[in-house]
Every structure is written in structure tokens, then in C-alpha cells.
Design a protein around this ligand. Structure first.
Ligand code: COA
Ligand code: ZN
Length: 310
């Protein structure tokens, strides 16, 4: 039987957060529905952060309350402080995600707290979530490189992972926030983590800044990782991490996994339609590396149809 891989779609959070064109609630929900139609069942849907810091997330509560099919689809909300946690719970979140960066400078740029304070705040939020019966996913962001402090030792990632697990986090997601990782480094980090805790609790969140996200995903897959964050059309990037480009495109990873015999439950043709919705909403062309191939296939099909009609 084919092995299952979870694709956690982050397009309406990580994907849209850097987009200057505001996408209204209906637009965000339309994109969710297009992705669900393609077979997506896991989403990181919005972040409950300050709308002054990230204007695109101003409608987080409204979007969250309107998310389709909430009994069947697995949604999580990103929260970066207790106020965000309160707002997410109020909007009905059943799972919250947090992002703990590996360095003082990155945490300060992102959430205006040094690493130690951020660790304490997320420990407290995880404790509250446990009391409230809310699931938790802790991101160790900038785990494979920091835009301010450069290389990040594996021991730092291990230490922060241990702290988040000790606090009670259900899952840990390792993020290459700026897309600086290479496959050998990715393989080494996941091998270390999997050896210590087993691969099953980990996910990978990869950015495609230097065209290595897909190979990094393959490296993580080889270490047993079966949960990946991706963004439709390759949308994405952190406004507070200089140099960060788009996320690994959902269509690229799903295509690779489906071709390689893994079970994603997602249909690539449906993702093509979702890319079109996302393009209309943000007003610019999108698409992962598979796009050129899609376009050439469509051209060939159209030519064949035209010839048949002659
Ligand atoms: N949701 C909405 N508003 C919030 C908020 C939240 N989670 N947290 C703080 N605020 C508001 C406060 O109410 C206050 O509003 P006011 O100016 O109208 O009084 C203002 O933001 C400042 O509050 P403060 O607690 O001093 O926060 P800060 O200035 O230290 O900023 C963050 C910290 C976390 C709120 C802010 O940096 C942020 O939201 N960053 C987002 C980072 C992000 O999304 N990164 C990408 C994903 S990893
Ligand atoms: Zn990201």
C-alpha cells in the first residue's frame, strides 16, 4: 500500500501574508474551497497577529469562522503571543501553531522578544492549550539558517525542540524560513531529530528561495518525514525575514510525491484550478516549477483539438 504524506497548505497564511493586495474574506474562503476540491485536507489558516504588523491578516477571525467543512478538514491557526491565542480560540481554533525562531535577532524582528522570552511565551501558550484541549504545533523557524545570524547549529534546534516538547507540544515543524538549506544539511538535521524522537512527530516547512526546496523535501522524506507545509502557486515569504522568498509550491511537491508513488489524496489538475484562483486574487502570475510543463501540455492539447476540428 502506498505510504501517506500529509500536505499542510499554508497559502492563506504564509502565502498571503507578504502580499500587498488585500484579499477579502470571500476571496480567502474561495481559495480554501478550491484547494479542498483538489483534495487538500490540512491547512494552516491565517495568523492571529497584529494587523498593524501584517495587514493581510486583519480578517483572520472572520475567515476562520467561515472556514468550510470544519468537521472534516484539519485547520490550524498561527499565534505568536497570548493575545493571538485568545483571539484564535474565540474564532473557534482547535489547533494552534507557534513560531519560535532560533536566534534572538530573528525573534526580535518577528515578534519583538528575545529568544528566551519567546520560549517562555510559547511554553505558556502550550500549557494553556493543553488545559483547553487545544492541539499544538510548534515551529522551530530559521532552523536551517537565520537571515541575521547565519548558520544555526543543529544543537540549537535540538535544544528548542526539546523545550517545546517538554512544554507539551503535540508536533514540531522544522522551518527553513528563508530557504537557505541544502539537501545534505536538511538530511543531517532530520536524521538527528528522528533518531532522538522518531520522525513521526515532525513536519517540514520549506521555502524555495534557491530552488532547493523540492530536493530538501526529498531529503526529509528519506529520513521518514511525512508532513510538509506547502503553498499554492509557491506564494509566500516572511515580511520580517530579509531574503525570504516563496514557499515550496503545493503543486510541485504533490506532483513529485504522486509520481513517486506516495499517497497525498490530492489531484494535481485540481491544484491547477486553485493556482488560477490564487492568481486572480493576488493579481499576479503564480505557479511552481511545474507551471511551464502545464502550459506546454495545454498548448499541445489545444493544438490537437484544433487539428481534429479542421
Ligand atoms: N493580535 C492583534 N493585535 C495585537 C496582537 C495580536 N495577536 N498582539 C498585539 N497586538 C496589538 C496590541 O493590542 C497593540 O495595539 P495598539 O497599538 O492599538 O495598542 C499593538 O499590537 C502593540 O502591542 P504589543 O503587545 O506592544 O506588541 P508589539 O508591538 O511588541 O508587537 C506583535 C508584537 C507580536 C504583536 C507583532 O510584532 C506582530 O503581530 N508580529 C507579527 C509577526 C508575524 O506575523 N510574522 C510572520 C509569521 S511567523
Ligand atoms: Zn514560511
Amino acid at each position: 500500500m502506498a505510504e501517506k504524506v500529509v500536505i499542510n497548505e499554508v497559502g492563506i497564511r504564509d502565502g498571503l501574508q507578504i502580499q500587498p493586495k488585500f484579499v477579502d474574506t470571500q476571496g480567502k474562503l474561495e481559495l480554501c474551497r478550491a484547494l479542498i476540491d483538489a483534495g487538500v485536507t490540512w491547512f494552516e489558516a491565517m495568523s492571529f497577529v497584529s494587523p498593524k504588523a501584517v495587514p493581510q491578516m486583519a480578517n483572520a477571525a472572520e475567515v476562520y469562522k467561515g472556514l468550510p467543512d470544519q468537521d472534516r478538514i484539519n485547520y490550524s491557526a498561527l499565534v505568536l503571543n497570548e493575545k493571538g491565542y485568545d483571539r484564535a480560540i474565540e474564532a473557534g481554533a482547535k489547533v494552534v501553531a507557534m513560531a519560535l525562531a532560533t536566534t534572538d535577532k530573528m525573534n526580535e524582528a518577528n515578534i519583538r522578544m528575545p529568544l528566551r522570552t519567546a520560549t517562555d511565551v510559547f511554553t505558556k501558550i502550550i500549557g494553556r492549550a493543553k488545559d483547553d484541549g487545544i492541539g499544538t504545533r510548534a515551529y522551530i523557524s530559521t532552523a536551517l539558517g537565520c537571515p541575521f545570524e547565519g548558520d544555526v547549529p543543529v544543537e540549537t534546534v535540538v535544544d528548542l525542540t526539546a523545550k517545546m516538547l517538554d512544554a507539551g507540544a503535540d508536533r514540531i515543524s522544522i522551518a527553513d524560513t528563508i530557504g537557505s538549506a541544502n539537501p545534505a544539511q536538511t538530511q543531517r538535521l532530520f536524521a538527528t531529530l528522528a533518531e532522538k524522537w522518531g520522525a513521526g512527530i515532525f513536519g517540514a516547512h520549506l521555502h524555495d528561495t534557491r530552488a532547493l526546496a523540492l530536493t530538501n523535501a526529498w531529503a526529509a522524506l528519506g529520513e521518514g518525514i511525512r508532513e510538509f507545509d506547502t503553498s499554492i502557486g509557491g506564494l509566500g515569504g516572511c515580511p520580517f525575514a530579509p531574503g525570504a522568498a516563496g514557499n515550496l509550491a503545493t503543486e510541485d511537491l504533490v506532483f513529485m510525491l504522486n509520481e513517486a508513488g506516495y499517497e497525498t489524496g490530492i489531484d494535481v489538475a485540481g491544484l491547477r484550478r486553485a493556482v488560477a484562483v490564487a492568481e486572480r486574487l493576488v493579481g499576479m502570475p503564480l505557479g511552481g516549477r511545474i507551471t511551464k510543463w502545464w502550459v506546454s501540455q495545454e498548448r499541445r492539447t489545444a493544438q490537437a483539438a484544433a487539428q481534429a476540428a479542421e
